[in-house]
Design a protein around this ligand. Structure first.
Ligand SMILES: [Zn+2]
Length: 118
């Protein structure tokens, strides 16, 4: 593969499919999701520790596992991303987003719920 040629999301998904789809499909959604979650954990660790080289590797792994999950579910990642974000923020429709404080409300609700149950 030519390393200097730009690679779109669809092309990346096809690449990951050609390398891993058979194994990932056989493992199934749940087993593959666990691998994805594990890679997110590894990315978290690399971010926390400020390990720059490691972060790059883990971002690639998370994207690859996300991509393979989409393939197992028959989701075209590029189309899905374009549909949701292709016209800017899906909520205020602006680029850059002009929402007052994105994500603040749901996060606050979760915290309140957690505090009620102890
Ligand atoms: Zn917005």
């Amino acid at each position: 593969m030519n390393n200097r040629k730009p690679m779109g999301l669809r092309e990346f998904q096809r690449l990951i499919e050609s390398i891993y789809y058979r194994k990932d499909k056989a493992r199934g959604l749940h087993g593959t999701y666990f691998w994805f979650a594990e890679e997110v954990g590894e990315l978290t660790r690399a971010l926390r520790r400020g390990e720059r080289g490691r972060q790059e590797e883990e971002f690639a792994d998370v994207l690859a596992w996300l991509s393979t999950l989409a393939s197992i579910q028959g989701v075209d990642l590029e189309r899905a991303a374009r549909r949701k974000y292709g016209k800017g923020c899906p909520y205020c429709h602006a680029t850059p987003c002009a929402c007052p404080d994105p994500g603040a409300k749901p996060r606050q609700k979760k915290v309140l719920r957690r505090n009620k149950t102890g």
